[in-house]
Write a protein that binds this ligand. Structure first.
Ligand SMILES: [Mg+2]
Length: 209
């Protein structure tokens, strides 16, 4: 039996809902209000950190000695229930996957719980792993994947990773996992299957994966 490892944001709900836009604003506010970084420098600094460290948080931890718990608490303090509504079709599709299902997110467990609760799929997953799982090393670095495999005691070849970011699936494939991209196909050889949205998981045959 396969273990299905799901990304959270923009995978279990549509990117078009722009939930990340809300978190983005909070990150910018954190950098400006709490760290005193001039507003006009925030964007370029964040782009720089993405390139070097994968996510903004790791850059801020290294260069501004930011407490990651304080950061995660602040940036995920967003009103999700205005945007995310219960998704019965997704719930049915996930329930039909007769396998162990877990979340691996670069966000926080609290944010994941809020998202899953808003979508009313919070009872579907056996576990949630967040950016803390490998000491704040985010996807697509291999550390969080390896840590999850170690905790679940499963080899990569027995897992399916579902994510909206191709780069995150590249690492999964390197570790032997099957990969499903939520989004448009872009011809990457490391992607086994592309689905327009997560509820389309209900329409595929698992013997194909
Ligand atoms: Mg995502």
């Amino acid at each position: 039996m396969k273990t299905f490892i799901f990304d959270l944001d923009n995978t279990l709900y549509s990117k078009a809902l722009n939930v990340f836009g809300l978190i983005d604003q909070r990150i910018n506010r954190y950098m400006h209000e709490k760290l005193g970084i001039p507003e006009h420098e925030v964007d370029s600094l964040r782009r720089h950190y993405w390139k070097i460290h994968g996510v903004t948080l790791n850059g801020l931890m290294i260069h501004y000695d930011v407490d990651p718990e304080d950061f995660l608490e602040f940036v995920h303090d967003v009103e999700l229930k205005r945007i995310l509504k219960p998704n019965k079709k997704l719930r049915k599709a996930l329930k039909n996957i007769n396998s162990n299902k877990v979340i691996l997110t670069n966000g926080s467990i609290r944010h994941a719980e809020n998202v899953l609760s808003a979508l009313e799929i919070d009872d579907v997953f056996q576990d949630i792993f967040d950016v803390r799982v490998a000491s704040f090393k985010p996807k697509p670095f291999p550390e969080p994947y390896l840590k999850v495999l170690e905790i679940l005691k499963v080899p990569g070849r027995d897992c399916v990773m579902i994510d909206d970011i191709p780069e995150n699936l590249k690492t999964a494939k390197d570790l032997g996992m099957k990969t499903i991209l939520i989004g448009l196909s872009n011809g990457h050889a490391f992607i086994d299957l592309c689905l327009e949205k997560a509820c389309a998981l209900g329409e595929i045959a698992y013997s194909d994966i």
